[in-house]
Design a protein around this ligand. Sequence first.
Ligand code: 7TS
Length: 406
Amino acid sequence: MNAKEIKQLFPILNQEVNENPLVYLDSAATSQKPLKVIEAIDDYYRRYNSNVHRGVHTLGTLATDGYEGAREKVRRFINASSMEEIVFTRGTTTALNLIAASYGRDNLTAGDEIVISIMEHHSNIIPWQQIAKQTGATLKYFPLQSDGTIDLADAEKTITDKTKIVSVMHVSNVLGTINPVKEIAEIAHRNGAIMVVDGAQSTPHMKIDVKDLDCDFFAFSAHKMVGPTGMGALYGKKALLEKMEPIEFGGEMIDFVGLQDSTWKELPWKFEGGTPIIAGAIGLGAAIDFLEEIGLDEIAKHEHELASYAIERLSEIDGMSIFGPKHRAGVVTFNLDDVHPHDVATVLDAEGIAVRAGHHCAQPLMKWLKVTATARASFYLYNTKEDVDALYTGLVKTKEYFGDVF
Ligand code: 7TS
């Protein structure tokens, strides 16, 4: 199936915005949803909406099968060893917070170090800042090379025997950099630290194998991979999850409740307090089916091609600065002369082209890039070369529009 055919499977993409055909180039913020995913969620609510893991009634059994079936799909999708290693969360942010608040709280003391990179999303910075403050640990950063990559020699220097946790994004939501997380995990382990991978921008776009990466934790969000919002997962090695305390307490996650003390269910349910995100899990399962049918290698190849084509076309425009390395995922971040990125995005929006402008939840990276904001086009399996051409034309118009000003 080519990208044009794939686009037809996403109802939202078949519309006009501001009297122009919609060109959606903001999938790094959230992806669109194919009809199959929308229908899977609709089917749950219409046909078998029910709570899970409780009654014996038929709808409850169907809902439980849908929910736990999605867990098995996630396990297979990222090649985890067992379903006990897959904890459903509200998304990447919640998953990273869970690791910091549980593993971090119980394993960090004054003098210990947490190592992350300058390019991280705020979701992979602030939980570590908070737990560092609570435990007296120090938060350290990998430096970046001038093209926005991490040099393994720097990783070797930054990670020491004081390091207890290393947490790095797999793919940058701003630069598109694909980080060598497998190699960094090896350095972390050699120094006695655990490796956390923020997979928010990699899981939708490339084959993930947590065993091959040998990471200890891996987090991602369903909404960036054609699934619903409010849903995500945390992979954790069983031996670590087993020793960790839950951070949310209540229904669903308990085994026995006494007046003064309680015990928890086994993995993974001890981390899933309260009625879980049932429709979200079913939607995520359908999203995985959809992506697997197309093929993750195909998707990755398509996005590399679009990103290269976009860099080539955008570079033709005078005054264009493009950030990030040559080899990258489907994200192209840029600034056009002195036009504010919000103005760029506004002019493009009038043409029906959706891009994101701002700091992209990466303020330390913006500071490193010496900008306050950028514009960003991000591609997915439904984008075509024509979308890139539309972006090019829209940017030429933007330049003409602001030409008199600068
Ligand atoms: N990590 C990375 C690398 C991200 O790109 C994002 C979201 C998150 C974590 C947080 O994911 P959430 O689903 O928990 O919100 N990134 C973006 C973005 O680039 N534009 O909008 C959201």
